[in-house]
Design a protein around this ligand. Structure first.
Ligand code: URA
Length: 200
């Protein structure tokens, strides 16, 4: 079976399990789980924090205001949604979009782990401090502020095989702080260049 077909089957199965997940109480107030979506053979996987209101309504990642920003950043990097996979560390919406709690992150991230292992992207891009803390934590890297490390290329094996990790600011940051837009645009331009030089 071709790798794409196999990865498709595995990801479908993971998504079905996520839709029935009761590992933490977040499912109780959520409308839909948001497993994530995109290419089954993506070379880059974006990892956000958690679904917001629009995502909860539609069951799809980054379809609200932050999603519009992400779409335009992707365009600026020369990538489209179909080239990448977009997921989150948390699959059900935290009420009122509050920060995810540590025990929710512990309960939910085995799903992400399975998704990363099915797709095996050479590049991971955590969006914002929560996703960055989770992924870099798996590499033993700690940081205080996401602005101290955004755009830095880390190399390691956070999921048991070699990957590059480039944490960036969360796209929603641009909605409150227009200065962060420039930083994100530059980081996404570099990202596009890096992917093009990484080869097939
Ligand atoms: N913000 C996130 O972190 N994830 C989404 O899916 C939407 C907004």
């Amino acid at each position: 079976m071709a790798r794409e077909e196999q990865s498709h089957m595995v990801l479908d199965q993971i998504a079905r399990q996520i839709m029935e997940c009761h590992r933490c109480p977040l499912y109780k107030e959520a409308t839909h789980a948001v497993p994530g979506e995109g290419s089954m053979v993506a070379r880059v996987m974006f990892i956000g924090e958690a679904p917001g209101e629009q995502e909860d309504t539609l069951g799809r990642p980054f379809v609200g205001r932050a999603g519009k920003v992400l779409d335009s950043l992707l365009t600026g990097s020369g990538l489209g949604r179909n080239d990448v996979f977009i997921g989150n560390i948390i699959k059900h919406r935290p009420p009122g979009n509050r920060d995810p709690k540590p025990d929710e992150i512990i309960a939910c991230t085995p799903w992400l782990e399975q998704q990363v292992n099915a797709i095996r992207p050479p590049l991971l891009v955590p969006l914002g401090r929560h996703a960055a803390r989770y992924v870099l934590g798996r590499m033993g890297v700690e940081f205080l502020k996401i602005t101290d490390i955004s755009g830095t290329v880390f190399e390691g094996e956070p999921f048991g095989f070699p990957q590059k990790v480039i944490p960036v600011l969360h796209p929603a940051a641009t909605l409150h702080n227009p200065l962060s837009r420039g930083h994100l645009e530059e980081d996404f331009r570099h990202l596009g260049e890096l992917i093009r030089t990484m080869g097939p």
